[in-house]
Design a protein around this ligand. Structure first.
Ligand SMILES: Cc1cc2nc3c(=O)[nH]c(=O)nc-3n(C[C@H](O)[C@H](O)[C@H](O)COP(=O)(O)O)c2cc1C
Length: 152
């Protein structure tokens, strides 16, 4: 979809109807790697794709999503959580551009088993993913949803 239309169409999806394909996952991971991170310090971040039902069952607030991708930050580094937001947002757009349901997730962070996260990294942000019956069409977005002041 055209970029601006996709940005207006994206929305939080919390109901999932099936697992995503490996090809769809591949496109999402490409989008993650295309994301910007502060100082270009890509090695300060890690992605963990969780599709194991036993691990998923331990995660809080994921709305029974069949896939969760966790973005972790290297402990004791100068890296930042803002960059994880950019990575997750890229993935969310790439997912919904493919007709998948996706949503940002912080609710699960405390419940992620430490043994699935690479040593020396801590979970910072996550994305829930799955097939959806929802359709994505441009939404009417009020321009004062985020209050703005002009300086010019
Ligand atoms: C930093 C951040 C954390 C979020 N955490 C959660 C979450 O844990 N659970 C959830 O259901 N939605 C979560 N959301 C989704 C927001 O609730 C949602 O994006 C917002 O209500 C606007 O709705 P929209 O995405 O449909 O425009 C999060 C969004 C952001 C940006």
């Amino acid at each position: 979809m055209e970029t601006l239309k996709m940005i207006q169409s994206r929305k939080a999806i919390r109901k999932y109807s099936g697992q995503i394909s490996d090809d769809q996952l591949h496109e999402i991971l490409v989008a993650a790697n295309a994301g910007p991170v502060g100082m270009g310090r890509y090695d300060d971040y890690r992605l963990t794709v969780i599709q194991d039902p036993q691990v998923l069952s331990k995660l809080n607030g994921i709305y029974e999503a069949p896939t969760v991708i966790v973005v972790s930050i290297k402990e004791d580094s100068a890296s930042d959580e803002v960059s994880t937001g950019a990575i997750v947002h890229n993935m969310e757009l790439a997912a919904e551009d493919q007709g998948l349901g996706a949503n940002y997730n912080m609710a699960s962070l405390e419940s992620i088993p430490s043994d699935v996260i690479p040593d020396g990294f801590k979970p910072a942000f996550a994305l829930t993913l799955g097939q959806t019956d929802e359709k994505f069409t441009p939404r009417e977005i009020p321009l004062d949803r985020i209050k703005t002041n002009m300086v010019k």
